[in-house]
Design a binder for this molecule. Sequence first.
Ligand SMILES: C[S@@+](CC[C@H](N)C(=O)[O-])C[C@H]1O[C@@H](n2cnc3c(N)ncnc32)[C@H](O)[C@@H]1O
Length: 287
Amino acid sequence: MLAEVLSALDPRPGERMADGTLGHGGHAAEILAGLQPGGCLLALDQDPLQLPATETRLRARGFTAESLILRRSNFAGLPRILADLGWTGLDGVLLDLGLSSMQIDNPERGFSYKHHGPLDMRMNPNRGETAAAWLAKADPDKLEAALARNADEPHAPRLARALAGRQLETCEALADAVRSLLPGPDAEAALPRVFQALRIQVNDEFGALESILRDLPQCLNPHGRVAILTFHSGEDRRVKQALAAGRKDGTYAEVSPSPLRPSAAEVRENPRASCAKLRWARRAGGT
Ligand SMILES: C[S@@+](CC[C@H](N)C(=O)[O-])C[C@H]1O[C@@H](n2cnc3c(N)ncnc32)[C@H](O)[C@@H]1O
């Protein structure tokens, strides 16, 4: 949804924007082009493995330290980074939530039930517990709550009773355990939800999202724009509610009336985009 994101952010020469989820840098490169001459993009990603590769690619395209600043950070740290840089506000912020294809397709990262690899799932592998460690310590109530809250899993009670406290060290071991508990089609439907629920849990994704949604107004200049791409209902609900509350109290002058969805052609080209929803808002003027 590159065109829709650019239309919502409307980057102009000389402005300062932030991409809180740099990933492969596809959105960032286009935003950067719109900010030149004279503008600057602050690009964040909490993943220490893919950030250097993306930086090398963007620098090779001619974006110097004047126009592109990179930090390995959770986007929840945006207010602190802005303060460190001495920036008083941003003209635009992009959040493209979730995982990049590079992360999903790397078996060593343990994000996918389709790969053989350690059950890790940390976006920052230098921090926090792996999904395997979290699962081994979880009691059934805690796991059931995570499955229900993070993925609306209809079989949460049954899966939680059987999986909580288990030592499942690989993606394959967890997938096999789910398949042994549910009939074939139910298990195949549950697998992406179980993996999503654990990933959200070990990375505290909702905590980070709620934190940035709270802090966004103070990070944006008057008339600053925000664009947020979400990929499941738990993310979209939080974004929708925060933007609607900001519209109601006058923080935002305008918010997207309904989420924008990818075109059929984009979904054909990139099936992972099929659940994407884009919401945007524009900060009110004044202080
Ligand atoms: C969907 S990808 C972004 C793709 C990017 N827009 C592009 O054009 O290549 C999401 C990226 O955000 C990062 N990420 C997810 N949650 C984050 C968070 N709370 N703070 C910082 N980075 C995060 C992931 O590590 C991943 O690289």
